[in-house]
Design a protein around this ligand. Structure first.
Ligand SMILES: *Cc1c(COP(=O)(O)O)cnc(C)c1O
Length: 365
């Protein structure tokens, strides 16, 4: 019996090996490794892909988030509305600026930020909102943007899991005032190392992000503001250009696998993901809820199928946020107790997906 891997980053190299080798060789032979032609070309291509006016490459997804918050002037004394259920990077970016986190619970069926809960979280100190397009599905952006406009708040979308996702005909990366992407190897568009990018329509935010990410400098050895070093490197940019060509294709494979899971598992006791009609998820993860998830994961493993948990512990229960441990966030806590991620990615085929379905059905028999 063949092992069905949860994720297979090595496969993404094998699928593109000749082109990838040529891209890396091109950079190595150029003798230019930081802020050169490859990054510039990738930024243009990714801006075109998302429809955003600007794309700025940076070191990783966490720094993409932090760069935008700093460019938007978020800092000590400000409050930022952040989902209670997300990867911890969304929270860390806020904390790193010195601003305070105000967690907002999700809609239970879609796992994304609940626009109805924003009003209650608002205070005079509220400065920004970070909706996360969790598991590949954009948050419900229209009501969030309306709320933000009414209260003069900055909206940064965390698009680290949503390269190519669509909300009401608009692409992820253009849905807020700015967006942060990660190119961590396991993401839908992943590098072979760390990488990230900011997209935005706003000229001023774009200029500021570019400057902060490059030592607060626009002219070599002239530093008129405090910055840090967060840059996408030439080798990663060259690899990302090769993979960007494949992104839609690989997202389609994910959609096909998701369709097989949704149809095949609909009569099981699992709680399946819900995607509203106006949204196209890119299925970064296919997350189900199961009362007895440990037994399900064991059963899958016995049948050579890898599963994972995203995420086992909510941010407010992490040691890093000890001061928030007393908060009661019951929706997030329930989600974290029950979620299981099934294998998902372009390394799988339809037969693999059907085997996952059959093995899960056998578990409930
Ligand atoms: C991966 C991820 C990040 C952070 O990206 P890195 O490149 O690993 O720093 C941020 N937010 C979410 C939702 C993520 O999934």
């Amino acid at each position: 019996m063949k092992q069905i891997r949860f994720l297979d980053v090595g496969w993404t190299y094998q699928a593109l090996a000749p082109k990838m080798d040529a891209a890396v060789k091109r950079v190595l032979e150029s003798g230019w490794f930081i802020l050169g032609d490859e990054v510039e070309a990738f930024e243009k291509e990714f801006a075109l892909y998302t429809g955003a006016k600007h794309c700025i490459g940076c070191g990783n997804g966490l720094e993409a988030l932090e760069l935008v918050l700093r460019a938007a002037g978020v800092g000590p004394g400000d409050e930022v509305l952040v989902p209670s259920n997300t990867f911890i990077a969304t929270w860390l970016a806020v904390t790193r600026t010195g601003a305070s986190i105000v967690p907002v619970e999700p809609v239970e069926s879609t796992y994304t930020m609940d626009p109805q809960k924003l009003e209650a979280a608002l205070t005079p100190a509220t400065k920004a909102i970070i909706p996360v397009h969790l598991y590949g599905q954009p948050a419900d952006m229209d009501p969030i943007m309306e709320f933000a406009a009414r209260h003069n708040l900055f909206v940064l979308t965390d698009a680290a899991q949503a390269h190519g996702a669509v909300y009401k005909g608009r692409m992820s990366g253009t849905l807020g005032h700015a967006a942060a992407f990660s190119f961590y190897p396991g993401k839908n568009l992943g590098a072979f190392g760390d990488g990230g990018a900011v997209t935005t329509m706003d000229d001023e935010i774009a200029d500021k992000v570019r400057k902060i990410a490059n030592y607060g400098s626009t002219e070599k050895y002239v530093h008129d503001s405090l910055g840090f070093n967060s840059r996408l490197d030439e080798i990663q940019a060259a690899c990302l250009r090769v993979k960007l060509d494949k992104l839609d294709n690989w997202n389609w494979t994910r959609k096909t696998i998701a369709a097989i899971y949704l149809e095949g598992l609909k009569d099981t006791p699992l709680v399946l993901p819900v995607v509203p009609e106006h949204i196209q998820s890119v299925w970064h993860l296919f997350v189900v809820r199961c009362k007895d998830r440990d037994a399900l994961i064991r059963h899958l493993a016995e049948n050579k199928i890898e599963a994972a948990i995203h995420y086992p512990i909510p941010p407010h229960k992490q040691g890093a946020y000890k001061d928030m441990a007393g908060l009661s966030l019951p929706i997030s806590e329930a989600i974290h107790r029950e979620v299981v991620s099934l294998p998902m990615g372009p390394h799988m085929n339809e037969e693999d997906a059907r085997r996952v379905v059959d093995v899960i059905k056998a578990f409930f028999k």
